[in-house]
Design a binder for this molecule. Sequence first.
Ligand code: ARG
Length: 472
Amino acid sequence: MSDETLPPKLWAGRFTESTDALVERFTESVSVDHRFAKHDIRGSIAHATMLAEVGVLSEADRDVIVSGLEAILADIEAGDFEWRVSLEDVHMNVESVLTERIGDAGKRLHTGRSRNDQVATGVRLFLREALDDIAGAIRALQDVILAIAEREAGTVMPGFTHLQPAQPITFGHHMLAWFEMLDRDAERLAECRRRVNRLPLGSAALAGTPYPIDRAMTARLLGFEGLCENSLDAVSDRDFAIEFVSDCALAMVHLSRMSEELVLWVSAPFGFVELGDAWCTGSSIMPQKKNPDVPELVRGKSARVIGHLNALLVLMKGQPLAYNRDNQEDKAPLFDTVDTVTDCLRVFAAMLGTLECRRERMREAARLGCMTATDLADYLVRKAVPFRDAHDVVGRAVRRAVETGRDLSEMALDELRAFSPVIESDVFEVLTLEGSVAARDHPGGTAPARVRAAAARAKARLGSPGTPRGRC
Ligand code: ARG
């Protein structure tokens, strides 16, 4: 950013004093919004093209504007463009340099347009691209999760409620739960994209413009699916940004919950999984440590995105129609949301690619929790014992198992029969971990065959997005 040569401000005509240096610094946004110069320029090219089509701009002017803007974009991308804080924002920086380079035609670009509809258009184009990148990153993470689910479809682990061992499940089943969380995130973001992908241009400052513009043409040129219907709403609406950050905040909450599980699973008392050394860090004092800093940081970074959602909601809540300068504050949280979510998704996918299950540890932990207690109760129910009575009988059997440091499956038949005479030797089929998981044999259940089938369905869904889910 530089201020050495100061071109005139584009709105200087009405003013007799130059802007106070502090105001200039306080109101500038170019230090942040230069990031979406590409989208701003794309919007300007479409606007100029449409103006020429409807006869507001000559074809000669259009041609120099378009090639001038393309040259500016090339310079920006090559790092050869000098951003000037005195020109406030990305829009006026680009327009000013365009006029410096091509003369009067540059001054005609802003015909029938305002920065208010210009910025709304640029932000929407930026977000649409970000949404596509994020959709790809979610998908890539889902691919990795699916591969683990398939590999570990038969790996028994303890399933928890209240973080207490509850019932045996398979690790593959657990992975598919993560998959579903991400699938809803992808679905939400795809819906959000539809609302992002509408054209504000043509609304001008707030009321529209007297020029015979063709908004449908501008929309087509920019790949928008429709128009923002009301000019006042078009320049003031940031719902699409709030919705985007809200969907991202929820995705980050999901990543944070997954991170929390990883942190627990790699801890010594659990020891369920191992992450590659390249994905962990050491301690400067304790030589034995291998810390899961990456999932911890993903968990930590969820706080930023949740904060950005709050910031955007509060930014909007007091604004009367139509555009207010408050809206300039939307960029920093939006950009940081895009960066944080994209980074976290990518890091997570690469890190999970190194995950190895310590199957014996999981099995051991599953064995020690008396987790087939519900299976024993169900067994008694099948032998005509009312469920409440069965629950009580099993509770007493569990107390005995815990007191003697054993699992239910390790108790002798006679011992078990002391709690209920209907228990017979076939009880051991339901008391084993494999028997317990295999019995949950319905769609959505943890039986290994069901997990494999669910993984296959999930894979097909990923292959053709839009496939309905949850069909019977
Ligand atoms: N930099 C401004 C923003 O981000 C652009 C729009 C300025 N409009 C205005 N009327 N001052 O919102």
